[in-house]
Design a protein around this ligand. Structure first.
Ligand SMILES: Cc1cc2nc3c(=O)[nH]c(=O)nc-3n(C[C@H](O)[C@H](O)[C@H](O)COP(=O)(O)O)c2cc1C
Length: 188
């Protein structure tokens, strides 16, 4: 029997997405987003505060990059989530290696091993200080070290981190427990 607890949204794991944008002078910015994810085969949805530098930048450029944060870069991932681009040039402060994306007007932060370049499809203000952004993935790039023999991303080499909003912590991704679209067949 389940016991009622305080009403709140408890979803785990949240991804840890590092969103890269340029301002009008091509100054790069990055932020940490946990309220985001894949929302169609080639689309990513983000829920971000309307007053973030990132949101302002997206309105101007119509573009952003999505990097997957990993265990090795957890400090960098957290840092861009607790420092605003309105206050300081956060990426140059930590000497991050920034290069322009190839298909969109947004920066790539080379420290991360997996990046998706996105064109903004829609930005809708929710009326509560947040904006829902949908982007279309137009290019994906990955470091050789995380690509397996079949050209797929090997998560056991990428070491992606997830966000646990109950304990305000970053957690590692666990091992494979079963094959999807398959293990349930036993009950059909
Ligand atoms: C773990 C974590 C998750 C976060 N998730 C979100 C999020 O989903 N949406 C959001 O608006 N801000 C989120 N933030 C806060 C922003 O990353 C932070 O306010 C950042 O400084 C905004 O940067 P900017 O002003 O340069 O765009 C998160 C921060 C952390 C540390």
């Amino acid at each position: 029997m389940l016991k009622e607890i305080k009403t709140r949204t408890i979803i785990a794991p949240h991804p840890v997405l590092i969103i890269g944008t340029y301002d009008e002078e091509k100054n790069p910015d990055a932020m940490n987003v946990a309220w985001g994810g894949q929302c169609w085969s080639n689309q990513i949805a983000l829920n971000i505060s309307t007053n973030h530098k990132t949101t302002e930048n997206m309105h101007k450029t119509g573009a952003f990059t999505v990097h997957i944060a990993d265990e090795e870069r957890v400090e960098l991932a957290d840092y861009v989530g607790i420092t605003s681009g309105h206050d300081k040039s956060k990426l140059s402060r930590v000497n991050a290696t920034v290069t322009p994306a190839q298909k969109v007007n947004a920066p790539i932060i080379e420290e991360f091993s997996l990046v998706m370049e996105c064109k903004v499809v829609s930005m809708i203000e929710n009326g509560d200080g947040s904006t829902r952004v949908v982007g279309e993935v137009v290019r994906t790039a990955a470091d050789d070290t995380i690509i397996d023999e079949n050209g797929k991303i090997d998560y056991s080499r990428l070491h992606p981190i997830t966000f646990d909003s109950e304990s305000n912590s970053y957690r590692a991704l666990g091992p494979i427990v079963a094959k999807a679209f398959s293990v349930g067949k036993k009950l059909q």
